[in-house]
Design a protein around this ligand. Structure first.
Ligand code: FES
Length: 74
């Protein structure tokens, strides 16, 4: 699905940039076409960045295995 019509990038491209370790908005936009233009996509990209696991983690996609959960997360 297209996320940014101004630069023509998709959610898959954002996910790939995240998988490559990019975690800031400027890194994501630099990798996918430059600075935001109209800004309509910024909220969606920001949400994807916020949901991404920390760079360099095992990349579980935000899913915490039961053995690693603390009582506060239950
Ligand atoms: S839709 Fe992404 S900058 Fe316009």
């Amino acid at each position: 699905m297209y996320i940014c019509l101004c630069h023509g990038f998709t959610d898959k491209q954002v996910k790939r940039a995240l998988a490559e370790g990019r975690r800031s908005m400027s890194e994501i936009y630099a990798a996918l076409g430059g600075k935001p233009r109209c800004g309509k996509c910024v909220g969606e990209v920001r949400a994807m960045v916020a949901c991404a696991p920390p760079a360099g983690s095992a990349g579980t996609g935000g899913i915490v295995p039961p053995a690693l959960r603390s009582p506060q997360t239950e």
